[in-house]
Design a protein around this ligand. Structure first.
Ligand code: ATP
Ligand code: MG
Length: 378
């Protein structure tokens, strides 16, 4: 996977730019608030169809503008393609178009086209931050390579919302309607089982890839382990085996049914993949509880970089790596390991305040970013 060119029109603080992206490593450097992250956001928006920074698309057009466009030229095993995402007013309403080589694509189709791994300072919280971060990490990693998983997630979230809405209605009416709730249980259980099965299957590949990076940085051997933790009501349980989707479906049906009363009182669904978590261990001890900040960051880095190998193992080519401001958050040892790891193998776009924090050579382009303008420098 190779990005070749990015064009932005009235996007954030870029009026109009066209940037060749074809190098192995492209560095965007400069002071704060000049537009470095906006460029990565532009790449992501063109590639995926949405921003990684906001769900409010009215924030994207340059101040004073209404319409915007982001266009990405890229090359994969199948050849060269062009993705264009644009939003413009038609008869007083905003219309958005996502086009692949001029033809409309759905969000689902677009999701798997350009494989991206995005790494921001927030990801350094992966080990000790909120469980939602770790679920999102798993979901994005798997959905990129599996349209089936993408669909499962979308359907699951829809049914989950419906079940929760129904629980609230029951609560408002002060009457638990079990027969109807069982119908929702059935729909939810089937989807939950599919999601859990996919996650558990992916986990060993992710662990294997993460260990390579982790051991490389720390000099340990297979020190890192991951386990999948199922929240069950008030307690939690580590999942040690995967009996497959059929068995999980039965499990969820049963467990959801046992929780009818509890869910009714709470007004939401207390069990399911939307509550699960990933526990990360160093030599058998949970890193979240016992790890030093450095160990936690190393594990976070290893997990993020595992995405590269994981996606490659499925897609047979590396994804593109976007590193936003991560280098300044790492110490020199980890920085060198990270740069050593990517250099030459993975096409990388990185932002940094200080150019010297990215001492890379080879096929590299560097741009100084100042007030929405780019200047190529040695
Ligand atoms: P840092 O080093 O602090 O992360 P950065 O170079 O990554 O900075 P960006 O986040 O890319 O900065 O850009 C921030 C700049 O973009 C700010 O000056 C902000 O005012 C401007 N900006 C944000 N949204 C828009 C918009 N819709 N139109 C014009 N300018 C915008
Ligand atoms: Mg930034």
């Amino acid at each position: 996977m190779r990005l070749e060119n990015l064009r932005l029109l009235h996007f954030r603080n870029y009026e109009q730019v066209s940037i060749p992206l074809g190098h192995n490593i492209t560095i965007f450097y400069g002071d704060n608030a000049q537009g470095k992250t906006n460029l990565l956001e532009g790449i992501h928006t063109a590639a995926r169809g949405f921003s990684f920074r906001t769900r409010h698309e009215e924030e994207l057009p340059s101040f004073g503008a209404e319409e915007w466009a982001a266009e990405l030229q890229y090359r994969d095993r199948y050849g060269s393609s062009r993705l264009l995402v644009k939003r413009y007013p038609v008869r007083g309403r905003m219309k958005k178009e996502n086009l692949l080589n001029g033809n409309p694509v759905t969000p689902r189709e677009q999701y798997g086209l350009v494989n991206l791994v995005l790494f921001t300072p927030d990801d350094l919280q992966l080990v000790k931050g909120d469980p939602a971060l770790r679920r999102k990490f798993l979901d994005m990693e798997i959905a990129q390579v599996s349209p089936v998983y993408y669909d499962l997630l979308a359907q699951y979230n829809r049914v989950l919302q419906q079940r929760n809405r129904f629980l609230k209605q029951c609560r408002d009416r002060e009457k638990l309607e079990e027969a109807q709730l069982l119908v929702w249980d059935g729909a939810l259980a089937q989807l939950a089982a599919g999601i859990l099965d996919h996650r558990l299957q992916a986990l060993s590949g992710i662990l294997q890839a993460a260990r390579q990076v982790y051991d490389g940085i720390t000099g340990t051997q297979e020190a890192l382990t991951l386990s999948y933790v199922q929240k069950r009501g008030d307690g939690e349980e580590t999942v040690r085996e995967n009996p497959g989707p059929g068995a999980w479906e039965g499990f969820y049906r049963e467990q959801l049914r046992l929780r009818h009363r509890l869910d009714y009182l709470r007004g939401y669904t207390s069990l399911g993949p939307h509550r699960d978590d990933l526990e990360i261990f160093h030599e058998g001890r949970p890193l979240r509880a016992y790890g030093s900040q450095g160990q936690q960051r190393t594990a976070a880095l290893a997990l993020k970089l595992s995405e590269l190998e994981f996606i490659r193992s499925v897609r047979e080519e590396y994804p593109v790596l976007l590193l936003d401001d991560v280098l300044s958050e790492l110490d020199q040892h980890r920085r060198e390991k990270l740069l050593g790891f990517i250099n030459g193998t993975v096409q990388t776009f990185l932002t940094v305040n200080d150019r010297h924090l990215a001492p890379v050579d080879g096929d590299v382009a560097a741009y100084r970013v100042r007030e929405g303008r780019l200047e190529e420098t040695p």
